[in-house]
Write a protein that binds this ligand. Sequence first.
Ligand code: HEM
Length: 217
Amino acid sequence: MGILSGLYSSSVGKKILMGTTGLFLCIYLVVHLAGNLLLFKNDNGESFNAYAELLPSLTIIRIIEIVLFAIFAGHIVLGTIFWTSNRKKRPKKYEVNKQSENSSIFSRTMFLTGSIVFIFLVVHMRQFWGPSRFATGEVSMYHLVKTAFANPLYAMFYIIAMALLAFHLRHGFQSALQTFGVSNQKYALMVKVLGIIFWLVIPAGFAAMPLFFLLNS
Ligand code: HEM
């Protein structure tokens, strides 16, 4: 039996896969945010366009992209399996059910927030990733981003999606670290600081982009 199918067949293994894929996606978010910060450079999009043109031209980026999509797909499928099996295990209505006392709103809404972030991703890929990879002729990605976010509806959709991403990461990041045993007293401060970076600073950094273009349109 391969390592992956071995992990998949036990519930602890599924949690490990869920945590590993989630942490990889967190790393991707850091890299993606760092690149996108070029949008704020006051050079009429020159640096951002150079960066966005460089990405599809590199074979290594194409390979990383395939791995990234596989990790996204794995995380989504596992999340759905987790959610459905937890639903089946949930106590019936007539039994004492005090979920709110045992778990936070963040953990109880993981499937909902994850699903909305997934819808966001579909819209996002169609809007930005598609043209950046498949458009024929010259495309200014900076112009594409700027005009997309000048639309208040589109900008609001992004900002709300980032708030839900924050909700998702608020529980997800800590839960993944817990799965790997990084939650004891010794690491408490580090986990707290990293947690805040992932659930607050990163989504806020992404949300600042639509807000910036909306206010400057
Ligand atoms: C509001 C902030 C965001 C902006 C302006 C933005 C912009 C872009 C652009 C221009 C691309 C195509 C070029 C490239 O590959 O870098 C892209 C790709 C992508 N974005 Fe975003 N993005 C934002 C937030 C996010 C968030 C929050 C996620 C994940 C939850 C995400 C996930 C992706 C993925 C998976 C791709 C395709 C993979 C890749 O090739 O990099 N993006 N984004």
